[in-house]
Unconditional design. Structure first.
Length: 191
């Protein structure tokens, strides 16, 4: 019998005590595949409710033409690619750092302006972990955001300051990945 088959003996909450929240902070982290993909699914829900929605990508440059970007732009999601590719491969780390810092300044203004009900900060954990963006500042902006602005953050090893402020944190666990078998990312599956 699996854990899912076990009868629940106690509830972690009483349904009568549940309350509504005008917005949430959500985090997808971990070393498994699907962090951004799952967040894009949530953006689809946001757009289906006619929420003004935006994506800021911290690593991918405007040269990437992902399937998610193509479809979400068609649905009215504002899309900002602020990186220069995969920064750890860059020969110009000072330039990569400058782009990440500028992307955070832009993201902060986007959140604080309160014009979008959902803002996704894709792969923001990397520049925080590299010391380019202060995780405490990000956590502070998340705590003080306008009441009806939800923010979804993705990336491996999300800093604890952000995890502490989040309402939902999901860790993607890698069990097996095609890259380990020498298989490249596939258009239509991975991007």
């Amino acid at each position: 019998m699996s854990d899912h088959d076990q009868p629940r003996t106690e509830r972690p909450y009483d349904r009568r005590e549940l309350r509504s929240a005008p917005s949430l902070v959500l985090v997808n982290t971990g070393h498994g595949k699907g962090k951004s993909t799952a967040a894009f699914g949530t953006l689809l829900r946001s757009r289906a409710r006619d929420w003004p929605t935006a994506v800021v990508q911290f690593l991918k440059s405007g040269k990437w033409r992902t399937g998610e970007e193509a479809m979400l732009r068609q649905l009215g999601v504002e899309w900002f690619s602020a990186g220069d590719g995969f920064s750890w491969e860059s020969d110009y780390l000072d330039e990569s750092r400058g782009k990440a810092v500028a992307a955070w300044a832009f993201s902060r203004r986007l959140i604080e302006a309160g014009q979008h009900r959902m803002v996704m900060l894709d792969e923001i954990s990397y520049p925080m972990n590299w010391g380019w963006i202060d995780p405490d500042e990000v956590a502070s902006v998340l705590r003080e955001r306008p009441e009806d602005v939800s923010v979804f953050l993705t990336g491996r090893e999300m800093p604890q300051a952000v995890v502490d402020v989040a309402d939902t944190v999901t860790e993607m666990v890698k069990v097996k990945h095609p890259f380990e078998q020498g298989i490249r990312a596939r258009r239509g599956i991975d991007y």
